[in-house]
Design a protein around this ligand. Structure first.
Ligand SMILES: [Zn+2]
Length: 372
């Protein structure tokens, strides 16, 4: 049994003086296990992660949690409330146009500096001192910055401040209309089969502003900096982005299954009793990020999406059928657009009406099977 403590964290302030807050649930670990940070809904329309956090809380309160756990649903109070008609927008900051999940901070000078200054430091000291260093840097650069930062960067910094305390970071998202897929850093490849997620993207250590990268890049680059000095250390932090279905969609049953998938990873890591949850048997497919291809609409029109999500599509098989009803008297009133390569369709655009150049599908190409 674990006690869950609820609080609210101020993340920004609106023009009328009203504070914007996010709910924070914490559990104090009983036995020095790895610490965990789980966040959902930084993109306003991607609500399913909140249901997964609900189901995780339901499970955690019955379990003995060995490590400290922090859960943050509804992570973006601005994005969640950004509605247009019946839709939630919430992917981009309406003021700056920036993607809400690109505002996190990483100072790439720190890993090499730290490794050079502390070549022989004990590993436990490295973890605590390097963590303190990157937290201090985040506070100076983003939270207490003398010239300030944008609203989005401040929100991200307040969330990242909590995430940097953790050994395991899970950022819960969804695609637009999407199958489940996992973003997994290449160094943590072995962990990919511990989640019940059939499609896995392996990402390199480039920093593009997302939360998972902001949490693992410092540690991955620290490991590499030590390696260059001839010393081998583990990457101390694991961070993943889980894409759990489609936006504007919520299902508590599916969320229960996803909470068990997360628990099988956490159980393997010793956050809860090892062996309590185990990953499901399934065929898992991997794809390197460079082979994750966007298929842009070659022309405008009304779209019938044909390629099944999560399904394998052979080269030359149909992706979409397009209707140009304004050209009924022309041969191209209906046109089938075909897959340029063998691929797996992971997600597609949410609307059935597209401009030329719209991101129609995202596709795994050159995919491979993962062995458990
Ligand atoms: Zn997202």
């Amino acid at each position: 049994m674990s006690q869950i403590i609820a609080s609210q964290l101020n993340v920004t302030q609106m023009a009328n003086g009203q504070a914007m807050t996010v709910p924070v649930y914490t559990i104090k670990g009983s036995n020095n296990g790895p610490s965990v940070y789980i966040q959902a809904n930084i993109h306003g329309a991607e609500v399913q992660g909140n249901a997964v956090i609900y189901q995780l809380l339901e499970q955690f309160k019955q379990l003995d949690c060995y490590g400290d756990i922090t859960l943050v649903p509804l992570a973006n109070p601005i994005g969640s409330n950004q509605k247009s008609g019946e839709f939630t927008l919430g992917r981009f900051d309406p003021i700056t146009g920036a993607n809400w999940n690109r505002g996190y901070h990483f100072n790439d000078a720190l890993p090499a500096q730290f490794a050079q200054a502390n070549p022989d430091m004990a590993i436990s000291e490295i973890v605590s001192q390097f963590r303190a260093l990157i937290i201090d840097d985040l506070e100076q650069q983003k939270i207490d910055a003398p010239y300030g930062v944008t609203t989005g960067q401040f929100l991200c910094a307040k969330l990242q401040r909590m995430a940097l305390e953790a050994d395991i970071v899970l950022d819960l998202h969804t695609g637009p209309i999407s199958s489940r897929h996992l973003y997994c850093p290449e160094y943590a490849k072995d962990s990919a089969v511990l989640f019940d997620i059939p499609h896995v993207l392996f990402i390199p250590q480039d920093f593009d502003g997302a939360l998972d990268e902001a949490c693992f890049c410092p540690w991955w680059q620290l490991q590499q900096a030590y390696q260059q000095q001839g010393r081998s250390i583990e990457v101390a932090v694991a961070a993943f982005t889980l894409e759990l279905g489609s936006q504007e969609w919520l299902c508590l049953e599916e969320a229960k299954r996803d909470s068990e998938s997360i628990l099988s990873y956490l159980s393997h890591r010793g956050v809860v009793k090892p062996g309590l949850f185990t990953p499901k048997k399934m065929t898992r497919y991997g794809c390197d990020l460079k082979d994750y291809r966007t298929f842009y609409a070659p022309k405008s029109g009304l779209v019938e999406y044909l390629a099944p999500l999560g399904g394998q599509v052979k080269q030359g098989e149909p992706l979409v059928r397009m209707l140009r009803i304004d050209r009924y008297d022309h041969p191209d009133v209906i046109e089938v657009i075909k897959a340029p390569d063998d691929c797996i369709a992971i997600l597609h655009f949410a609307s059935a009406s597209v401009n030329q150049g719209t991101e129609l599908y995202k596709l795994f190409t050159n995919y491979f099977t993962l062995s458990a």
